[in-house]
Ligand binder design. Structure first.
Ligand code: GLN
Length: 315
């Protein structure tokens, strides 16, 4: 790297954040509305930073697979944009919601069109699009293949226990999907759409795999490790814009204020963050804050962005 801290220094910073946060491991509240997630040890903590040259700087449980949950919505959106292009914006908006990830309140006023692709209702609408012309099994297979391609790792799997656990308890998502279908906004049956949605949320990935999968967003749409072009630079920029504005639901403003990077959280306690032109970062700490975003994950990213001078708003 020509400017800024070199690899050794980045590793020291990553190790330092891990060590500083160690006494706090377990803070926050693990998601328990999906029973299978409630079983996770809240003291887990992983951090992986992949720079554009492919170097990985990791600490803690960076190689332990966890449930990526809503982080998958970034990959789903990327896939849907590849297939349908700008037409997807007829089905879902691009505005922050200022409400919880599983909120139903705006859907009625806005005639069943979700605010953005990262709230649950929005991801369900995108899933409905991805399901077109496929059986649910095929659609799930396609999503899994796409994520394996992004991470360049065929070992990535979907945790069927988590998918089953959420299928059994996902009443709020059924409510959202039925409500949208009542407005004529879903083409497929609710059980089929949610079957696909729950499975992609149940993707199990480590911080290292996740950071690699997100690298194309930091590198203008191209995975510098494999040389594969995933999306055009303009599309990567726009996905990053959506992540910044909507990736943390009603905590998106706070995340932008404190971290200053596009990011997407999941209730499994993971966050994928993008430092454009610099690195892709994944952090995992299962304890959540009141908005359902990883509590220590955000604190770790805040420290990393600050020490590296990576905020998109300047050092
Ligand atoms: N599968 C979860 C749900 O639908 C995803 C939510 C999240 O990670 N914020 O409730």
């Amino acid at each position: 790297m020509a400017e800024g801290p070199d690899g050794d220094e980045l590793q020291r910073i990553v190790d330092g954040i891990h060590a500083e946060l160690a006494p706090r491991f377990g803070e926050g509240r693990v998601a328990d509305y999906i029973p299978q997630l409630a079983r996770i040890d809240p003291r887990r903590f992983g951090l992986a930073v992949v720079t554009l040259d492919g170097a990985v700087h990791a600490a803690g449980d960076a190689d332990v697979a966890f449930s990526i949950q809503s982080i998958s919505k970034v990959f789903l959106l990327t896939m849907a944009l590849g297939r349908y292009g700008e037409a997807i914006w007829r089905r879902v908006g691009r505005e922050p919601s200022g409400s919880a990830f599983n909120s139903i309140v705006q859907l009625e006023q806005e005639h069943g069109i979700p605010r953005n692709p990262f709230v649950n209702a929005g991801a369900i609408a995108v899933t409905d699009m991805v399901l077109a012309g496929h059986t649910p099994r095929e659609a799930i297979g396609e999503i899994l293949r796409f994520v394996r391609f992004l991470a360049d790792d065929d070992a990535i799997v979907i945790d069927r226990h988590v998918a089953r656990s959420e299928t059994a308890t996902g009443d709020r998502n059924y409510a959202l999907a039925h409500f949208m279908r009542g407005f004529g906004r879903l083409e497929h049956r609710v059980d089929l759409v949610l079957g696909v949605y729950f499975h992609q949320c149940a993707l199990a990935m480590s911080c290292r795999q996740l950071a690699r999968a997100g690298l194309f967003l930091a590198a203008g749409g191209r995975n510098p490790l494999t040389g594969h072009s995933v999306v055009r630079a303009a599309r990567a920029r726009r996905i990053n814009a959506l992540m910044l504005m909507c990736g943390h639901y009603d905590g998106s403003g706070e995340f932008a204020y404190r971290v200053g990077l596009p990011g997407k959280s999941g209730v499994g306690g993971g966050i994928l963050a993008v430092a454009p032109g610099k690195a892709s970062i994944a952090v995992w700490s299962p304890g959540l804050d009141a908005n359902g975003n990883s509590h220590l994950g955000r604190i770790a990213l805040e420290a990393l962005a600050k020490r590296m001078g990576w905020s998109i708003f300047g050092a």
